[in-house]
Design a protein around this ligand. Structure first.
Ligand SMILES: [Zn+2]
Ligand SMILES: [Zn+2]
Length: 358
């Protein structure tokens, strides 16, 4: 295994959930974290998958999530390190990056011989409650990207896992329940509908032209130039011509790779820095933290189709103080209406202040 990606410490929380610590190179190896001193929490009722026959898609029913911690005060944040008698999800008194199994998973855990199972993990980006992804150090971004690559690879190895999705939701406006900077890793036991559509479009294009759809689209975007936000040595950020959201930015590696684990360390670093740069520019446009969803679309597990790795950032912020909501056409029919011209969005983002290096 790539030594820059492997967790530095692994352990278990009081209720048996796994926890993995990843340290920045400059931190050296942090001391062995203490054991979780909390009483084991009772396992929540498992989530359930139901097949909607009307559209032939899976729906996840997870009623226990109603009991999730909801916007706690900073002093009760479950993602801050433990200190004194305040015992959180992370027993260590400090950490760089930590991954653990979600206490309130959206996917049912493995049960032998039963319906498909998955796994939900939380990744904390920093022990600093007030940090944000876009302003983390280059070194930390690399540690996060390495951890996501390692987790994606480990989860994909499970024969029951069909697709791994790493993402961050930010902003109360889109339903975030914890402000501490963190992302999530979903190992789905099925291929989610949007990934299925992308795989089908990609396979049809390959059949017609013999080449990768995403590679061809990227070449077209670079030749056209109007929607490019920033282009680096091995990675490019652009606004897709048919963006669904007021601000939508895709960050892709120039090289055709299926997933985060297929990148070398330097490529992964450049890609994740460009992601942070795109998010920094987005905040800069509105001079405030903008709500967003940032997710890595990776090819499915077990070679079930090919897909070019893509970071997709979408924000419902359409103007200062104004959000786009999914209403009739989008929510009921899946047909998006975008109020912002993608070329204008790209122009604004291109001219916004870039993220300072470091
Ligand atoms: Zn916190
Ligand atoms: Zn490609």
């Amino acid at each position: 295994m790539d030594s820059t990606r492997a967790p530095h410490r692994t352990g278990h929380l009081a209720d048996g959930r796994e926890i993995l610590y990843y340290d920045d190179p400059s931190s050296g190896l942090r001391p062995e974290p203490p054991p979780d001193r909390r009483d084991p929490s009772s396992a929540p009722a498992p989530a359930e998958l139901r097949r909607d026959p009307l559209v032939d898609e899976w729906v996840i029913v997870a009623t226990h999530r109603q009991a999730r911690t909801f916007l706690p005060p900073t002093s009760d944040c479950p993602l801050c390190p433990s200190h004194g008698d305040v015992l959180t999800e992370i027993p260590a008194s400090d950490y760089d990056v930590v991954v653990f199994e979600n206490r309130f998973p959206s996917l049912p855990a493995a049960a032998p011989g039963e319906a498909p199972a998955g796994r939900c993990e939380v990744i904390c980006y920093s022990s600093d409650h007030d940090a944000s992804f876009a302003t983390l150090s280059d070194e930390r971004l690399g540690t996060i990207a390495g951890a996501l690559a390692e987790r994606s690879e480990a989860l994909r190895a499970d024969p029951g896992v069909a697709s791994v999705f790493c993402f961050e939701n930010r902003g109360e406006q889109i339903g975030v329940t914890l402000h501490h900077p963190h992302g999530q890793i979903y190992a789905y036991p099925f291929i989610p509908p949007r990934a299925e559509r992308m795989l089908a479009a990609s396979a049809a294009h390959a059949e017609r032209s013999g080449s990768c759809l995403a590679c061809d689209l990227l070449a077209d975007e670079l030749a056209d130039g109007r929607r490019i936000v920033a282009a680096r040595g091995t990675a490019v950020a652009y606004v897709p011509s048919a963006a669904r959201w007021p601000y939508e930015i895709h960050v892709v590696p120039r090289r055709h790779v299926r997933d985060l684990a297929s990148l070398d360390g330097a490529e992964r670093d450049e890609l994740v820095r460009l992601q942070a740069d795109a998010l920094y520019r987005l905040d800069g446009l509105f001079e405030a933290p903008v709500p967003y969803i940032a997710g890595w679309l990776q090819a499915p597990a077990h070679e079930a189709g090919d897909l070019h790795l893509r970071m997709q950032i979408v924000s419902p912020q359409r103007d200062v103080g104004r959000l786009k909501y999914l209403a009739g056409s989008e929510a009921a029919m899946g047909a998006f209406i975008n109020d912002v011209l993608p070329e204008d969005a790209a122009d604004r983002l291109r001219n916004a202040s870039p993220r300072p290096a470091g």
